[in-house]
Design a protein around this ligand. Structure first.
Ligand SMILES: [Zn+2]
Length: 171
């Protein structure tokens, strides 16, 4: 990855963690612990001086999102369970990439869409021919007539947007 891509990755990763746990400071500390090889809830809790129940809540949130996994083992003496956590690194990268990719994919998707004939009302609700004819060329959202749109300008705009996004991947 280029320096720029690493920056984008890190930013997207932080956004993702916030979405999942709503607590970036503690979540990132926990992830750093796992990277350092502190793998039980108790070790992590001690290392970053954070209450055990908070550590567990965050770990379970990350687990639900598929970013960490655990192995449970029973202590033969105390009969207590120990949870050994590990990062699902591949999943983390994949999840971040997907998340970052999606606005980009959306642009590409709409470009294919706009290559067809399309119809719009004055309020900017857009439909392809099939949809527009199904609604008898009346916008189902606002009841205004749907008119044929010359899409060459829009396509040019979208192409420019994609070029700009591609530009961000370079360096
Ligand atoms: Zn409309």
């Amino acid at each position: 990855m280029s320096k720029k891509e690493v920056e984008i990755f890190n930013e997207s990763f932080k956004d993702l963690i916030y979405e999942i746990t709503e607590d970036n400071k503690n979540s990132i500390s926990i992830i750093e612990c796992l990277l350092k090889g502190k793998i039980t809830d108790e070790e992590i809790s001690e290392d970053i001086e954070l209450r055990l129940n908070v550590v567990r809540r965050i770990l379970y949130n990350l687990y639900d999102a598929g970013l960490v996994n655990y192995k449970r083992s029973k202590d033969p003496e105390t009969q207590w369970y120990t949870y050994n956590w590990k990062l699902e690194k591949e999943n983390i990268v994949k999840t971040v990439m997907d998340k970052y990719e999606s606005p980009f994919e959306e642009i590409k998707g709409s470009l294919v869409y706009e290559d067809n004939m399309f119809f719009a009302c004055v309020n900017g609700h857009i439909f392809n021919f099939e949809e527009a004819s199904k609604y008898n060329f009346i916008c189902p959202d606002c009841n205004k007539p749907l008119n044929y749109q010359d899409n060459s300008f829009l396509i040019a705009e979208l192409k420019k947007e994609i070029m700009d996004s591609n530009e961000k991947f370079k360096e």
